[in-house]
Design a protein around this ligand. Structure first.
Ligand code: FEO
Length: 392
């Protein structure tokens, strides 16, 4: 996507990255991503809001050239992560009069990560404003939407919020504004699950902080621009609320079929009781799909065989990830099998200290499951159903 005008004298100058398939060498990007940067031409000053990932800095520079931008007064840096800040040194080389406008924490990060010199900064505080002449930027510090220094800019006259990662989605832009709402909702939920969910308490506070701004447009730094912002704001309110759904997420792995047989039986037992189940075979799964399922589920049940006296490494990965993502899950249990012994349950329990959950009785069998094991799995399914009735 080339330069496009959002509103008079406000331009999209960022870069889609459709061929990118992994973020942080971890997160799958089925729709690629984009690094959105915006240029605001005021009657007196010109501001560039964020830059792009260094891999796409030529696109940003070409976009600025196509607009015949001969000087930039301010580079507003909302977030120190390099997918938005990485081209700041290049911009400062091309526009040596430009100052980087950011908060004190972000300044430290930009100095450490990008070696931006101290004399290049203008430091702003929460709710401070910066005039571009006929346009006024108001800065709103919104820590932990994604890092501790993250902040938003509100463009008062045009009622546009530029929230950087907040409200974003990993989609390589072809249209500037949201067209397919369902697609964008799903991509934004995936993005929330992978990036934002660990910070849901901070996000709740930050939603409060921006709720009194009159916002016509939300222009994030990944994915399409929201010209009907109610959809994404309501989605965030739902995701960060304390409400859970009548859903059970079952990440599992099986080596010789014993754990797999137990999981099949257990999933069937839950579904017969009217619970929605999302099972993920860890040997062949999309990390983002698992993260998305964790956003709403009341219960997580991890399935694993015993390997070298402990859980299978893929189950360790799932438990570690779930612990790191800190979903609002209320209940956890473990299903597994072993050949001769081991500490499957204790090891998995030790991997989820961040989760504020009640552990329901695990079901672990020696070898292939037998009648008593199937009864125990039915009992676990019943216990989950009863627990859900208390919280849903
Ligand atoms: Fe899109 Fe936290 O960077």
């Amino acid at each position: 996507m080339k330069v496009e005008e959002l509103k008079k004298n406000i331009y999209y100058v960022g870069a889609p990255h459709p061929e990118r398939r992994l973020f942080d060498e971890l997160i799958p990007l089925p729709d690629g991503t984009s690094y959105n940067a915006y240029l605001i031409k005021g009657s007196e000053k010109i501001a560039l809001l964020d830059t792009v990932d260094p891999a796409k800095e030529k696109v940003l520079v070409d976009n600025l050239r196509s607009l015949k931008v001969e000087h930039i007064d301010y580079v507003i840096s909302h977030h120190g992560e390099q997918d938005h800040s990485g081209a700041i040194p290049t911009i400062l080389d091309l526009y040596p009069m430009a100052k980087v406008v950011t908060n004190a924490k972000c300044k430290d990060l930009l100095k450490d990560h990008l070696l931006v010199p101290e004399d290049k900064f203008i430091i702003i505080k929460d709710r401070e404003t910066l005039s571009l002449g006929d346009k006024t930027l108001e800065f709103v510090l919104t820590p932990w939407v994604h890092w501790p220094e993250t902040m938003c800019t509100y463009l008062r006259e045009d009622k546009i919020l530029f929230p950087c990662d907040f409200f974003g989605s990993h989609i390589a832009l072809s249209d500037l504004f949201v067209k397919d709402r369902e697609h964008v909702y799903k991509a934004a939920k995936r993005y929330y699950a992978e990036i934002m969910m660990p910070f849901q308490v901070s996000i709740r506070k930050n939603l409060e902080k921006v709720k009194d701004l009159k916002i016509d447009i939300i222009a994030p730094s990944h994915g399409p621009v929201h010209d009907h912002p109610g959809m994404i704001v309501d989605a965030y309110k739902d995701w960060v609320s304390e409400k859970v759904k009548n859903e059970v997420v079952v990440p599992y792995v099986s080596m010789h079929g014993s754990t797999g047989k137990m999981i099949d039986y257990f999933v069937d037992s839950l579904e017969k009781k009217g619970l929605k189940v999302k099972a993920f075979n860890l040997a062949n799964m999309d990390l983002g799909e698992l993260a998305m399922a964790l956003v709403d589920a009341a219960t997580v049940v991890i399935g694993s065989p015993t390997v070298l006296a402990g859980p299978h490494p893929l189950a360790v990965y799932a438990a570690y990830l779930t612990n790191a993502l800190r979903p609002k899950t209320k209940y956890v249990s473990i299903i597994g099998s072993y050949g001769w012994g081991g500490k499957l349950v204790d090891n998995l329990k030790g991997l989820i200290p961040n989760l504020k959950v009640e552990l329901l009785d695990p079901v672990v069998t020696k070898g292939f499951p037998k009648d008593d094991d199937f009864k125990a799995l039915d009992n676990l399914a019943n216990a989950i159903k009863e627990k859900h009735q208390e919280v849903i």
